[in-house]
Design a protein around this ligand. Structure first.
Ligand code: ATP
Ligand code: MN
Length: 255
């Protein structure tokens, strides 16, 4: 059976002429052999039955909407195994005390990166932070709860024009409480918190946990400050009376 045939099945594309579709192009471009095999494994296990449209094509990963064997929607984040982000990934992993041996093979490094995002999601949930529930991971593929219904939930950035000052104030406090709870109780930091990584759903849902790490990490305080600075800066622009990020950092790290 050809690799093309297998992608076809996974996509639920029935007719050969659909091979010209945009979706097919994206898939064949990003799916190397390892990724295809891993997708087949996920299918065998029932974590993914069909993949639909591309939600996002980022620098390090593509995110797809899919269905599991019971017809529930899932979000499937597929990391590129040939990433230009290699240096950044290496630096972040090297600084994480939870990560032991670092392989020289780029692909294996990406597998560790994927597993780490899964673990970060689990850890965040433990400290009552609303995130997509992690469902499965293997190699460079992460399956998680899909946030949205027919369409993925909008990001804070997408809906900012519709929000009132009161709503921004509430969101600001919510986000600051998340940062604080993660740091104090979870001993962790997200590291890339912004209006692009908050989905507006039943509650604000924090996504994109690949760079998150534990407070023992020597980069942790820098990441914590980055989150505090980005969030206060964003909400200040929206008219919210915000705290000083440096003061907040001192308060949190106790120095
Ligand atoms: P970027 O480089 O653009 O930040 P990324 O590769 O780091 O992307 P994410 O930020 O995790 O990947 O996800 C990219 C986009 O995919 C998000 O902005 C969001 O729109 C969508 N997305 C991610 N996870 C989910 C999910 N669980 N449910 C619905 N949509 C999601
Ligand atoms: Mn993101």
């Amino acid at each position: 059976e050809s690799v093309d045939r297998k992608i076809f099945e996974l996509l639920g594309l029935k007719e050969e002429r659909e091979k010209d579709s945009e979706l097919y192009k994206v898939f064949s471009e990003v799916f190397d052999k390892t990724t295809q095999e891993t997708l087949e494994y996920m299918k065998k296990r029932g974590y993914i039955d069909t993949l639909f449209g591309v939600i996002s094509t980022g620098k390090e990963a593509n995110v797809f909407r899919g269905l599991d064997k019971d017809g529930n929607q899932v979000a499937v984040k597929i990391y590129r195994t040939y990433t230009t982000e290699f240096r950044r990934i290496w630096e972040y992993l090297a600084a994480d005390p939870r990560v032991g041996y670092l392989p020289k093979d780029i692909r294996k490094l990406v597998f560790i990166w994927t597993r780490r995002e899964f673990k970060n999601l689990q850890r965040a949930i433990k400290y009552a932070v609303r995130v997509p529930e992690p469902l499965a991971f293997r190699k460079n593929i992460l399956v998680m709860e899909f946030i949205g219904n027919e369409y993925p939930a909008p990001r804070l950035k997408d809906v900012e024009r519709t929000l009132s000052l009161e709503e921004f104030e509430e969101l600001y406090h919510y986000t600051m409480r998340v940062i604080e709870r993660l740091w104090k109780r979870g001993e962790m930091v997200h590291g890339d918190l912004s209006e692009y990584n908050i989905l507006m759903w039943d509650k604000p849902v924090i996504i994109d946990w690949s760079q998150a790490t534990v407070s023992r990490n020597k980069m942790a305080k820098t990441l914590l400050y980055r989150d505090l600075r980005n969030i206060t800066h964003y909400f200040a622009k929206k008219g919210v009376e915000v705290e000083d990020p440096s003061d907040k950092l001192k308060e949190l790290v106790g120095e």
